[in-house]
Design a protein around this ligand. Structure first.
Ligand SMILES: *Cc1c(COP(=O)(O)O)cnc(C)c1O
Length: 217
């Protein structure tokens, strides 16, 4: 069933777009099913959940690519660079510095980076504003030449996504960035038409997520 959903989505987005399986809060049997279907690119929201899921599997899976798609705290920078190949949610200089320091300290290969842009200017949402983007692009390129590869966004739920995807593409082109991570279950096909290179699909691929774990004070 998951294999069929995956095949259908791959057909819709076409061969030039990468399907990132957003695996947060999905049970193990579904992870195993999608791995059997050949999926190797995964997006995770939380460092610890990702460590639990992928730590035991990572060494034995060839071609696995893990992408952090949730917000990152600086105190988890070291764990993040050890686990993730790509960090899509860079959004502040302090986090950039923590990531650089974590790579220097650990000696692990540096991750590729995307900057998350808060295209809807939502106060509660992570991401740089459009006005702040140029500064963070410049700082990232200066501190870490070659690591910055693209932009990511999560449009406001109550707005049509198209204009946000178009804006992200325009910003990426203006800054010479090739990766565009945009589109989720509700709008991945639209995102693919509007230039996404990566779509992040969770429930539309795996089925509904499990309940949130109880809050830890
Ligand atoms: C959960 C999540 C997704 C996938 O969401 P669905 O609507 O289940 O496809 C994509 N991107 C991010 C950043 C997410 O947190």
């Amino acid at each position: 069933m998951i294999g069929e959903a995956r095949a259908r989505i791959l057909g819709e987005i076409g061969p030039d777009v990468t399907l990132v399986a957003a695996s947060k809060r999905q049970p193990d049997r579904r992870i195993e099913a999608i791995l059997s279907a050949g999926q190797r690119v995964f997006g995770e929201n939380r460092v610890q959940e990702a460590e639990t899921r992928w730590g035991p599997r990572k060494a034995s899976l060839t071609g696995l690519e893990l992408r952090l798609i949730g917000p990152l705290q600086t105190n988890k920078a070291e764990a993040a660079v050890r686990l993730f190949d790509v960090i899509e949610t860079l959004d502040r200089p302090k986090l950039l510095k923590a990531l650089v320091a974590a790579v220097e300290r650990t000696g692990v290969p540096p991750p590729d980076l995307l900057i998350q842009v808060n295209t809807g200017e939502e106060p509660q949402k992570a991401g740089v504003t459009v006005a702040e983007l140029a500064n963070l692009v410049a700082l990232t390129r200066e501190m870490w030449p070659g690591r910055l590869v693209g932009l990511m966004c999560i449009p406001p739920v109550e707005e049509p996504a198209g204009p946000h995807f178009a804006l992200l593409r325009q910003l990426a082109e203006a800054h010479g960035l090739s990766q565009l991570s945009m589109g989720m279950s509700a709008d991945y096909a639209l995102a693919a038409r509007l230039g996404a290179t990566h779509v992040r699909v969770g429930s539309g691929l795996f089925g509904a997520r499990e309940a949130l774990p109880p809050a830890t004070a």
